[in-house]
Design a protein around this ligand. Structure first.
Ligand code: HEM
Length: 477
C-alpha cells in the first residue's frame, strides 16, 4: 500500500515507459476477455490499460479514494493497472468484509516490498490466511503480545521512556526532532521485548524498519502489472529492497545466532526468538519453523508505535501537569486524547485485504481496501469530524476493539492488530512522560506541519521539530 510515493512516481514512470505500455496494450488486446459473473460495485470512468490509476495520481491514496467514494458510493470497484480492487468506505460494508465475510477476505495482498522484506511473506502480517498464519499469530500473541506480557514488560517500557526523556532533556531549549526520538524509543521497546538487548546494529535495524515501512506498499508499477516481466526487472525499488534485505540478513543472522548459542533472553527467561528456535529445533509444530520465519518475525517487531499529534493541541487538551500515576480523571483524559489522535490519524488508513474465495461482489484475488480514514472523518458518523476534540469520546461507545466500524484504528476481524495492548501501553506512558517533564513550544516562526508521509503505515511526512523546556515538577500544581 505504498501508494503515496508510487503515485507521485507513477506520473513520471508512465511517461518514461510509454513504449512498454504500448506493447502491453497490444498484448492485452490479444488476450481473450474474461467472463465473470460478479455483480460488481459501481466504478468511475477508467482508461485503457492503466484503469483507474489516473484518479490517484498526485494525491495521497486514502484522500483520493475518499473523494471517489463520496462521488460514486461507499463500495467501489477499481482497476489499478491489471489488479482489480474494491474500496470500502462505509461501516455496513466494512462489517461485511471484516466480520461477516471475514475468512473469504482474510488474506493480505502481497507485493514486491512485502515479499522481499517480509521474507517471502513468512512474517505474520503478510502471510496468507490459513493454518500457518494461525500458528504464527498464536505464538506471537502467547509469547509476546498477551495482556500478561504487556504488564510484565512494564519496566522495560519505563526504561526506554526514561532514556527518551534524558535524550530530550539534553536538547532542552533547542529544537528536537520528536518524531525520530519517539520512533527510536518505541521501536527499541518492542525490539527489546522481542529479542533482548541487542546493541550491535540496533540503530541500523531501526532505521531500516523505517525505510521498509515506506517501501512495502504494493503499488509499484510491477505490482500493478504483475504479468509484465519487463516492469518487474525495471522496478527500481526492487534493487533498493534487495540491497536492504542483504543488510537486514547480516543483522538478523547475528541476532538468531546469538540466541542459538546463549539460549536465553535478556531477562533470564526465553524471549520470542528463543521460543521460535526451541520450537524449530524440537520440531514441535505442525508447520515447521524456518530461519526465514524467525527473521521475518524479528523484523516484524519493527512496528513502531506512532504518536502522531504531539503538539500544543494535546497540551491544551490534557491541561496541567500530570504524572502517569495521577488520578483516574487525568488517565481518562490521556485515553481520550489518544483515541481522538488515532481517529484523525489512523496509522494504517487503508486496511489491506485480498479476496481468497469467490464472493458475489468481490472478484477473487481482488485487493480490498477498507478506508478506515474515510469512515473516521465521515460527517454521517462524527460531529465536526475535522476538529481535534477528544471530548467527543466521553460517554461514546466507540472502543479500540472495532465494535463501531467507523472507528477502527487497530483494524477489525481476524487480522485485527494483535499488538493493541502493547502499543497503547507504550503510547500512554510516552505521552504522559513527555508532558510531565517538559513544556513544549514550536520553534520561532514555525507552525505545526501535519503533512502525511508515504508507506503502508502513514506517519508524518516531516519530523516534528519542537522546543522542549525542562519543567520543574517541584512547583507543579
Ligand atoms: C498504537 C499502536 C498500533 C496501531 C494503531 C496498530 C494498528 C494496526 C492495524 C490498523 C493493523 C491492520 C489490522 C487490519 O488489517 O485489520 C495492524 C496489524 C498488525 N499489528 Fe498493529 N498497531 C499498533 C501496534 C502494534 C505493535 C506494538 C505490534 C507488535 C509488536 C503490532 C503488531 C501487528 C501485527 C503482527 C499485525 C498483523 C496481524 C495479522 O495480519 O494477523 N501492532 N496493526
Amino acid at each position: 500500500m505504498e501508494f503515496q510515493s508510487t503515485f507521485s512516481l507513477t506520473t513520471a514512470v508512465l511517461l518514461l515507459l510509454t513504449p512498454v505500455i504500448f506493447l502491453l496494450i497490444i498484448k492485452s488486446r490479444r488476450q481473450k476477455p474474461h467472463h465473470h459473473h460478479h455483480q460488481l460495485p459501481p466504478s468511475p470512468p477508467r482508461l485503457p490499460l492503466i484503469g483507474h490509476l489516473h484518479h490517484l495520481i498526485g494525491k495521497l491514496p486514502h484522500h483520493a479514494l475518499t473523494a471517489l467514494s463520496k462521488k460514486y458510493g461507499p463500495i467501489l470497484h477499481l482497476r489499478l493497472g491489471q489488479v482489480p480492487a474494491v474500496i470500502i468506505s462505509s461501516p455496513a460494508a466494512a462489517r461485511e468484509v471484516l466480520k461477516s465475510q471475514d475468512p473469504s477476505c482474510a488474506d493480505h495482498p502481497d507485493s514486491i516490498g512485502t515479499k522481499i522484506t517480509g521474507y517471502d511473506c513468512a512474517d505474520l502480517a503478510f502471510s496468507p490466511y490459513g493454518e500457518h498464519w494461525r500458528q504464527m499469530r498464536r505464538i506471537c500473541v502467547l509469547e509476546l503480545l498477551s495482556a500478561r506480557n504487556v504488564r510484565s514488560f512494564g519496566f522495560l517500557r519505563r526504561h526506554e521512556v526514561d532514556r527518551l526523556v534524558d535524550t530530550v532533556r539534553l536538547s532542552a531549549g533547542g529544537p528536537v526532532d520528536l518524531t525520530a526520538a519517539v520512533f527510536s524509543a518505541t521501536s527499541a521497546t518492542t525490539c527489546r521485548a522481542a529479542f533482548g538487548k541487542v546493541v550491535k546494529g540496533r540503530d541500523t535495524l531501526i532505521k531500516m524498519m523505517r525505510e521498509a515501512l515506506t517501501m512495502t506498499g504494493g503499488l509499484e508499477l510491477a505490482d500493478l502489472f504483475p504479468s509484465s516481466k519487463l516492469l518487474s526487472v525495471l522496478c527500481w525499488n526492487r534493487s533498493r529492497l534487495l540491497r536492504m534485505r542483504r543488510r537486514l540478513d547480516r543483522i538478523l543472522d547475528v541476532i538468531v545466532e546469538e540466541h542459538r548459542s546463549k539460549k536465553r533472553g535478556e531477562f533470564g527467561g526465553e524471549d520470542i526468538v528463543d521460543v521460535l528456535i526451541r520450537m524449530q529445533e524440537n520440531r514441535e509444530l505442525q508447520f515447521p519453523i524456518t530461519n526465514h520465519n524467525i527473521k521475518a518475525i524479528i523484523f516484524l517487531m519493527r512496528k513502531p508505535v506512532v504518536m502522531e499529534k504531539t503538539q500544543p493541541e494535546i497540551r491544551a487538551a490534557v491541561k496541567g501537569k500530570t504524572s502517569e500515576e495521577e488520578g483516574d480523571a487525568e488517565a481518562l483524559r490521556y485515553k481520550l486524547v489518544i483515541k481522538e489522535t488515532l481517529r484523525l490519524h489512523p496509522p494504517i488508513p487503508l486496511l489491506p485485504r485480498a479476496c481468497r474465495e469467490e464472493c458475489k461482489t468481490i472478484p477473487i484475488k481482488a485487493k480490498v481496501m477498507v478506508n478506515a480514514w474515510a469512515m473516521a472523518r465521515d460527517p454521517k458518523y462524527w460531529d465536526r469530524p475535522e476538529i481535534f476534540w477528544p471530548e467527543r469520546f466521553e460517554g461514546s461507545s466507540a472502543d479500540f476493539a472495532g465494535s463501531d466500524l467507523q472507528y477502527i484504528p487497530f483494524g477489525g476481524g481476524r487480522r485485527a492488530c494483535p499488538g493493541m495492548g502493547f502499543g497503547l501501553a507504550t503510547v500512554e506512558l510516552t505521552l504522559a512522560q513527555l508532558l510531565y517533564h517538559f513544556e513544549w513550544k514550536m520553534p520561532e516562526g514555525m507552525s505545526v506541519d501535519m503533512a502525511e508521509g508515504e508507506g503502508i503505515a502513514v506517519g508524518r511526512k516531516n519530523g516534528l521539530f519542537v522546543v522542549p523546556t525542562h519543567y520543574d515538577n517541584s512547583i507543579a500544581i
